[in-house]
Every structure is written in structure tokens, then in C-alpha cells.
Ligand binder design. Sequence first.
Ligand SMILES: *Cc1c(COP(=O)(O)O)cnc(C)c1O
Length: 422
Amino acid sequence: MQFQNSLAFAKTLDKKDPLKKFRNLFSIPKVNGKTSIYFTGNSLGLQPKSTKKFVTEELDDWATLGVEGHLHSRRPWLYYHKFTKKGLAALTGAKPSEVVAMNHLTVNLHLMLVTFYRPTSTRFKILTETGPFSSDQYAFDSQVKLHGFKPEDAIIELKPREGEFTLRTEDILAAIDQHKDQLALIIIGGVQYYTGQFFNIKKITEAGHHAGARVGFDLAHAVGNVPLNLHRDNVDFAVWCSYKYLNAGPGAVAGAFVHERHANNPELMRLAGWWGHHEKERFQMKKGFQPMPGVDGWQLSNFPVLPGAALLASLEVFQQAGMKNLVAKSAQLTGYLEFLLKQIDSTGKKFVILTPSDKRERGCQLSIYMKQNGKKVFNALTKAGVIADWREPNVIRVAPVPLYNTFEDVFRFTEIFRTALR
Ligand SMILES: *Cc1c(COP(=O)(O)O)cnc(C)c1O
């Protein structure tokens, strides 16, 4: 599509947007009494208006039923995680038996590493992208130490080429091949939180398996943002949180995927808890852990129903919108943002966009690397009603989210940004 730099054009795109009614299903925060330009769905997604109803229903059932709610509430608490499966499977390209909502992201990452990072004296290395999210780094370091290795020997962080900001797929594949005799695990952020790069999950998984390694992805910035086909792509495991693009609220219940190739293998090492024990015998409190088939066999504790209700509300919105439609709109919305930003500074004197320009290699986020006055510009944006995100030392991350952001938001943002740069 031929984009134009005008408010009238942005408004025309909004009018034609098949998903335009979805914005009204969300509460949009205000700044100084005016509706904000909310570009931080990559950090905390907005609240669907239906969330209150879902959570209130559980509070009401608890109030009127007490413990009986486990079996007799409208969504029996005993089976609550099952109600999230269909929606999570659709977002991740998985079978319902391969996905489960549980715990928090870093907890799930540890649980998956216990199963899928089984180093030997010769095959003990973990390959990841450069500068993974801090919590992931801490998880990798501590797991490596748990097995008696040193992080500096065992963890390989892939760096982009000199003068480049993101990794080339060919370089990732070459590195996998180079280290193939020592690789135990490849774990990469599906969408990198800092650069916004969406990695080629299929090719990385293929190469990893060819090298004899396990392959997992941290989908914190990918789920609800980019198209995923975890089952078809043969990914071994994945984890994600639900408060970013999944709009399930602060501290929401997170998720995990285990491919069905592994999920029915009771021999796999895992940390066990009663909720992973076979459902039929769970309340017999017997000795001897027998895992549920599927990823459910990795559950530890009974399900957090109140956060779960918020997740259900959000999944319903995603089901109505459809990931395919969201991805199509997202490419347009972020494409328009990129087009307008390039018009502001076509030579890259004041800023450059770190995120790949190929829409197959990114989701909705663009990371703007400021060459001067970054923090000042960011503060001016905030003052003018833009809610964006600052990453030290000099990156502004902006994420127009197709569920609730508009082309007009994008246009107005770039006008404010242009003024702030002066
Ligand atoms: C947001 C995010 C986290 C946060 O971890 P929690 O356990 O949810 O606090 C971890 N890793 C990545 C890649 C993230 O983007």
C-alpha cells in the first residue's frame, strides 16, 4: 500500500479497518484528562472491559459457594486451566494438550530447563541471543551452575555483525553448526524484547535438532503479537507471560508449551507437584507421582482462579478478533509508523530504527535508537500524552497494538515525536 503523511489518510485507514470495533472493548488510560496514545502493550497490555465481569463472577461464586465452587461454580475451579487451552492453542499454533496456563514466566522457564537442559560433560552449552532479558540470563546462569558448569564456559550469546543491530538467520544457523558437538540447548526470545526482532522459529528449531540439541523459545514478546506454529515447527518447549500482548493484567498467570513428542513421556526429568499428578488419582494423596499426559503433567499447584478469569476474558477477545486478522493489521500499522518515522529523519542523523524492516522479522514493536537527547525526547513524549517505554541507555520502544491502537494514534505520535526532536 502507498502510505500518505496526513491525518486525513490515517483516518481513512481507521475507517476501513475491519478490526476497528475492538478498540472500544478496552479501557484506554488518560493523561491530563485526554486519552493517551498508549504504545506500551509490549510491557503491560490494556484491560479489556469484560475483565471485570469475568473476575467478578468468580468473586461472586466464591462468596456464595465457598469451597463448593471447586465443582459447582459456573466455571468449576478444579478444571479452570482447561478453559484457557483452546484460546492459548490458537495463539501459539499448538494442540490444546500441548499448552497450559500456570505460574509465572521465569518459574516456567526453570521448570522447562529442568526437563530440557540435561547437560553431559561434552554436551553442555546453551546458545542464546545477545543480551537476553535479565530474568532469562539469571535463569540460564543458575541452571548451568546447578549442573556444576560455569556460565562463562557454558553460555554462548550470539552477537550481531559489526555495525548491525539484529542477528541474521544465516549467522544463527552457522553458529549452531559450529557448536553442534557441544550444544545441549538453544533458547531464544521469539521476539527479542530490546530490538523487536522476530526470529525464524522453524529454521532455528530444525538446525538445533539437526545438531542434536533441544530447542525452546521465550515467547514473552511473541504471543498475541506474531503468528506462531509451535506444533508444526517442532519446537520442544516454550514459555510466555500473559500481561504483555495477552492483556491478562499485572502479574497474570503465565503459560508453557511442551510438544506432544515429549509430553507423554513420564520418564522425562521434571520437578513435580500434585496438580501435575494424574487427575483421576490426585485426591487420593498416594505416594508415587504419575504425570498427567500432555503439558499438564508439568503443573505444580492448583490453578490461580482470579488471574485465570482475567486471562479468559482476554482470550475471548483474541478469539473474536482472530490472530490472522491481527497480524495483517499489525503489519499495516507498524509499517505506517515506520514510513512516517523515516520521513522525519530520512538520513538517520537523529535516530535509527533497530527493528528489522522486513515485516516477517518483526511484530508490532519498533525500537528507536536515539543518537542524541534520547531521554529528553522521551520525557517530552510523556508530557504530550504518549505512553511509551524507555530502555537504557538510549532506546525508545513503541508498540502500536492492532487490537486497540489506531492509524490516527500512529500519525499523532509521529507529529509529537517530530516536535520533541526539535
Ligand atoms: C517480560 C519478560 C520476562 C518477565 O518475567 P516474569 O517471570 O514474568 O516476571 C522474562 N523474560 C522475557 C523475555 C520478558 O520479556
